[in-house]
Design a protein around this ligand. Sequence first.
Ligand SMILES: [Zn+2]
Length: 59
Amino acid sequence: MGKKARELWKLYEVDYKNMRITFKGRRCPRCGKFMAHHLTPMSRWSCGGCGYTDYERRH
Ligand SMILES: [Zn+2]
């Protein structure tokens, strides 16, 4: 991985214990809070504020 990839990871907060990634650049379309990226049981984005969930189909 090059410099670009490393810089990109600054936008992420990785919680290895819970297998969760918080992407600091993605906000909830409903309430505007930052969303968390959950890897288990399936890849999805969820908002801790209003409960909005966006399932990812990419793998
Ligand atoms: Zn929300």
